[in-house]
Design a protein around this ligand. Structure first.
Ligand code: MLT
Length: 404
């Protein structure tokens, strides 16, 4: 008889955003007359920028002509895209990341779930708490997290770094020494971030203890303050301890288009084993490349027109973030984030649990958000709203919340 991967049986419930989608569709089915405003999952609402649409149209035409048709993409991604990334996201910021250290993918969610495969199952992972659930769940699937305690909602072998208002949502160095450290900055879900000097301390720590940092920079485009690093490679020594994951979903609206990349510097080694070589082997074996049309769209993100149009999109969402922050604060909510990130993290009122507030908001205001406890035990008593809605819906949601 075949056997299944028993680690999957350890996963509690379903994936957070699947659970929310199910609850919301059940509510909508029971109340077809209600108009819901969805500020839950961080999914964009603005259409693709005109420069990107033009690039995709041209690429489609190329695919329809035998002279310019393309089949399988190169393993690491097309050079035109990797060169544009290396130039704009790294060299322009004084970081010496080369095009052949960049692996183009179909998005940061897959990369953040897959990257753990190249590490030993014996490694201890450290995660911020609350945390993007993919980091923990993918390690559960791999058998790296020990046993789950449903009462405390913690895994026995995971090192949690609580991020709460008491420590300004800044993780502290854990008492136990981790092997792999997941950092998402600006942070999903708390919407806060670290200053560059604080990130440098993490890089120094990782190099000192021999840990690798898996650095998720999906929300980098939303940084508005000066003293925040746009990539971990702005920190000295990061190339010997950090892998960086980037997404085109939030800066360019590619949640449905799908494109991302991962940087594995050649200096990053475990003894004399190159992580770059391992990830190249994994990528070449299990992935057949992001579509040519999408990679051309990604290249356009770095064109003059693309940059200008996307800066407007980011500003649009950040106007929503500012409206949510001030609107909720005026109503008496305690709010965090929303300055360097498109997420607002708020304290639930009247000691409600995160899920109680989710149900209350859905049932009374018909507004969908994300319960903080879904991101980890320290998220209990918090709630996340996304700034990725339309401006009109954002204001309408605030009006409904004010009337609660
Ligand atoms: C979120 O809402 O946390 C994100 O949109 C999920 C994702 O990027 O996969």
């Amino acid at each position: 008889m075949f056997k299944v991967n028993d680690n999957y049986q350890k996963l509690p419930g379903s994936y957070l955003f699947s659970t929310i989608a199910r609850k919301v569709s059940e509510y909508q089915a029971a109340h077809p007359d209600k108009t819901l405003i969805r500020l839950g999952i961080g999914d964009v609402t603005q259409p693709l920028a005109p420069a990107i649409i033009d690039a995709m149209h041209s690429a489609v035409d190329e695919m329809g002509d035998a002279a310019t048709f393309r089949g399988y993409a190169p393993d690491l991604g097309y050079e035109f895209l990797r060169n544009a990334i290396a130039e704009n996201d790294y060299r322009a910021r004084g970081c010496d990341i080369r095009a052949d250290e960049i692996f183009v993918s179909d998005g940061a969610k897959s990369d953040s779930g897959n990257i753990q495969e190249i590490f030993s199952v014996d490694n201890r992972i450290a995660v911020c708490d609350p945390v993007y659930p993919v980091y923990v769940d993918s390690n559960v699937m791999a058998g790296r997290t020990g046993t789950y305690d449903p009462t405390t909602e913690v895994w026995s072998d995971v090192i949690y770094m609580p991020c709460t208002k008491e420590n300004n949502f800044v993780p502290e160095f854990p008492k136990e020494t981790p092997d792999m450290i997941y950092l998402c900055l600006p942070n999903n879900p708390t919407g806060t971030t670290l200053k560059k000097s604080q990130l440098q301390e993490w890089v120094d720590y990782a190099n000192r203890v021999g840990a690798v940092i898996i650095y998720d920079g999906a929300y980098e485009a939303y940084i508005s303050e000066d003293d925040v690093a746009h990539t971990i490679y702005e920190c000295e020594g990061a190339k010997t301890c950090a892998i960086e994951l980037k997404s085109f979903s939030k800066n360019a609206g590619f949640t449905g288009v799908r494109l991302g990349y991962t940087v594995v510097p050649k200096e990053l080694k475990c003894g004399d084993v190159s992580l770059h070589a391992m990830w190249a082997r994994r990528h070449g074996t299990k992935f057949n490349g992001a579509p040519y049309i999408v990679q051309r769209a990604g290249e356009t993100v770095y064109s003059e027109a693309g940059k200008a149009q996307l800066a407007e999109q980011v500003a649009y969402y950040m106007k929503n973030a500012a409206a949510i922050r001030s609107g909720l604060a005026e109503t008496g909510f305690e709010v965090f984030g929303g300055v360097n990130a498109p997420y607002i993290w708020l304290k639930t009122p009247d000691q409600m649990t995160s899920w109680e507030f989710f149900d209350y908001l859905l049932g009374t205001a018909n507004v969908v958000g994300t319960p903080g406890s879904g991101f980890g035990p320290s998220g209990e008593g918090y709630f996340r709203l996304t700034a990725f809605g339309t401006y009109e819906n954002t204001l309408a949601a605030l009006e409904r919340i004010k009337k609660l």
